[in-house]
Design a protein around this ligand. Structure first.
Ligand code: BGC
Length: 461
């Protein structure tokens, strides 16, 4: 039995958010529209017509939010930069007002002793660039690198761990293949083009960083171990295709292994092999890998599930979150060890992990009790510790999310925050999961050995 859950010295404990999900006021101080602004303002595309016009009003409340993180003892904060705030047309003219917001945010974080971890792209492409083809335009890599350079020059003295993209798989699958996310396309032929251009943009930004930056840069991917529903050959093949599509599609080229051979099977006539030049650009050496983990997928062959031919199988007796994802903490350990084995043990940060569960809609006596989320975090943090014990080079963990925020097209109904947000009054209340997490951070993980729910009672100590 494990009794010592302390993490390596200097382990980076933090939380994560993204610009469109929390900031609000997209046009303040000269910002431009993003594809998400357009998407949510198209009738019928989001639950209850929710928008990010106000979101968590973080644009105006960032100081309060940083103070909140400080009160929880967090060491790091992963946030994203809204490209259209900084470059309202996506290229060319820099908007000083937008740049200034991130400048102030970073200073406020540093004053609070919290390390800023900026992500350059968390899904909110400037709408002006979408008008020029967005991620389908071969020029997008150069556009992205130019925008990245503006940010590097502004913040690299103070922000030392950058991420290029958040989850290229979701950008492509949701935005270009199934259409549930901005820009809402549903096109087999576009998806592999968008994927490739995303990875080329990533590579171009890394090259640019090597020219003008002085610290570290990486990329964030979402990973989900795929398990076969049975030992039958069709189920095994469906599982391999799903794994290639979601996990290896981005990581194999990134680590110089080329594109998985299953991609041609998945995309059929829409697939073309990457050129040697494209593969080389995508494989620029990175300093660290960000892994977002939420669940696993148990897969069976299903010809009707377009285009991968694989469907999720629900597990009897398992716990499912409000987004319909199985709680499966062993999958996080498995994923971290898979990355270690397959890609040569790169430095890894868990850049997102968390869960949406139903919470009481309002705080009572200053408390919001969220036992399921607390339990989820407890189990997953133990899994991270397990991976580290087994030799994975995991250097930090960012809980998703700091705040209840706009869960994209699902609106505000799915709450992922460790801090409750009353979307009427904008009042913030740390949930029990935040009280628990604060004590894990304060003890560098040791408190994982105790009763997790008891920890929520004894904070602040
Ligand atoms: C994304 C977040 C999102 C979360 C929960 C991740 O895929 O990076 O923006 O809110 O999952 O769905």
């Amino acid at each position: 039995m494990i009794t010592d859950y302390s993490f390596p010295p200097g382990f980076l404990w933090g939380s994560a958010t993204s610009a469109y999900q929390i900031e609000g006021s997209p046009f303040a101080d000269g910002g431009g529209a993003s594809i998400w602004h357009r998407f949510v303002h198209t009738p019928g595309l989001t639950a209850d017509g929710c928008t990010g016009d106000i979101a968590c009003d973080h644009y105006h409340r960032y100081k309060e939010d940083v103070a909140l993180m400080r009160s929880l003892g967090l060491k790091a904060y992963r946030f994203s930069i809204a490209w259209a705030r900084v470059l309202p047309e996506g290229t060319g003219r820099v908007n000083p007002g937008g740049l200034d917001f991130y400048d102030r945010l970073v200073d406020t974080l540093l004053e609070a002793g919290i390390e800023p971890l900026p992500t350059l792209y968390h899904w909110d492409l400037p709408a002006a660039l979408d008008d020029r083809g967005g991620w389908l335009n071969p020029d997008v890599a150069a556009w992205f690198a130019d925008y990245a350079e503006v940010m590097f020059r502004k913040l690299d003295g103070r922000a030392r761990r950058w991420a290029t993209l958040n989850e290229p798989w979701v950008v492509t699958d949701g935005g270009y293949l199934h259409g549930a996310l901005a820009p809402g396309h549903r096109n087999l032929f576009e998806a592999p083009i968008a994927s490739r251009n995303l990875m080329l943009a990533h590579g171009a930004a890394v090259q640019r960083y090597r020219a003008v930056g002085r610290h570290e840069i990486g990329i964030v991917v979402n990973l989900e171990p795929k398990h076969p529903a049975s030992g039958s050959e069709p189920d095994l093949a469906a599982t391999r295709r799903s794994d290639a599509y979601m996990n290896r599609q981005y990581l194999d080229p990134l680590f110089g292994l080329g594109c998985p051979e299953e991609m041609a099977e998945v995309f059929g006539p829409a697939w073309r092999d990457w050129t040697a030049e494209e593969l080389a650009l995508a494989a620029q050496p990175i300093d660290w890998l960000g892994v977002n983990y939420y669940t696993r997928g148990v897969m069976r062959a299903d010809a009707a599930s377009w285009p991968v031919g694989a469907a999720y199988v629900r597990q009897p007796g398992a716990t499912y979150s409000e987004t319909g994802w199985e709680v499966f903490e062993k999958g996080l350990e498995e994923t971290l060890l898979w990355v270690k084995e397959r890609y040569g043990n790169p430095p890894v940060y868990v850049t997102e992990n968390g869960s949406a569960f139903f919470d009481p809609p309002t705080a009572t006596g200053g408390r919001v009790r969220d036992p399921h989320r607390l339990d989820y975090l407890h189990r997953h943090l133990k899994a991270v510790h397990g991976a580290i014990r087994a030799g994975a080079d995991v250097r930090g963990y960012m809980v998703w999310s700091l705040l209840d925020n706009l869960e994209w097209s699902l609106g505000f109904s799915k709450r992922f925050g460790i801090v409750h947000v009353d979307h009427e009054s904008q009042a913030r209340t740390p949930k029990d999961s935040a009280r628990f997490y604060a004590q894990i951070v304060a003890t560098n993980g040791s408190a994982l050995a105790g009763d997790p729910h008891g920890l929520a009672e004894t904070w602040p100590a």
